[in-house]
Design a protein around this ligand. Structure first.
Ligand SMILES: CC(=O)SCCNC(=O)CCNC(=O)[C@H](O)C(C)(C)COP(=O)(O)OP(=O)(O)OC[C@H]1O[C@@H](n2cnc3c(N)ncnc32)[C@H](O)[C@@H]1OP(=O)(O)O
Length: 157
């Protein structure tokens, strides 16, 4: 009997929304591979989780859990900005995309971006945008993005 590896892999790596139990599955440790993310207490996590949940579809954090190890191995988020311009249009902002260093190169990053972009489109956004380093430019191009303008930042801490 033939085994369909592609669909098995697809089932193994499904994108879903963040769950409150994901803190114990390595979600914070995964974010630490992206940037500074000091340890977050259970209370801090719960409070922030509930705050974000109250925003419903206007702020979605998604994850991929490795069904074999039970660990969170990929994540990303999108929030929906409501504007006056463009006939009171909406823009999706993708943030905090990271795939576990042991799971890169398996199209998981692409899956995360597709999920977040689809969500922004389904929310009626006319575009979805993000900032990234020049090292990640090709990755985002392969996800369907193109470079536009430049990023400016002012840090407060
Ligand atoms: C908005 C933001 O959050 S920007 C921050 C992005 N995150 C980081 O920089 C954290 C560290 N890096 C990572 O977590 C990962 O390397 C990611 C998220 C950038 C990419 O995730 P991966 O799962 O490895 O990428 P994935 O396997 O889906 O790659 C999709 C395609 O992009 C290509 N690709 C991925 N990363 C790169 C790269 N750095 N340079 C060139 N091509 C790349 C892959 O080869 C693949 O090409 P293919 O479709 O022709 O086979």
């Amino acid at each position: 009997m033939q085994c369909d590896n592609s669909s098995t892999e697809g089932q193994k790596f499904q994108v879903r929304k963040l769950d409150i139990s994901d803190k114990s599955k390595g979600f914070i440790e995964l974010l630490q591979q992206l940037t500074v993310c000091d340890s977050v207490s259970d209370k801090e996590f719960k409070d922030r989780f509930q705050e974000l949940s109250s925003l419903g579809d206007d702020h979605v954090v998604c994850v991929i859990e490795d069904s074999q190890s039970g660990k969170i191995i990929a994540t990303g988020s999108v929030f929906i900005e409501k504007k006056f311009i463009r006939n009171c249009g909406k823009v999706g902002h993708i943030e905090d995309v990271v795939v576990d260093s042991n799971a890169r190169g398996k199209q998981l990053g692409k899956k995360i971006i597709a999920f977040l972009s689809d969500h922004a489109r389904s929310m009626g956004c006319y575009k979805v945008i993000l900032d990234c380093s020049s090292e990640n430019k090709t990755f985002y191009e392969k996800c369907g993005f193109k470079q536009k303008e430049i990023q400016m930042v002012m840090y407060f801490t």
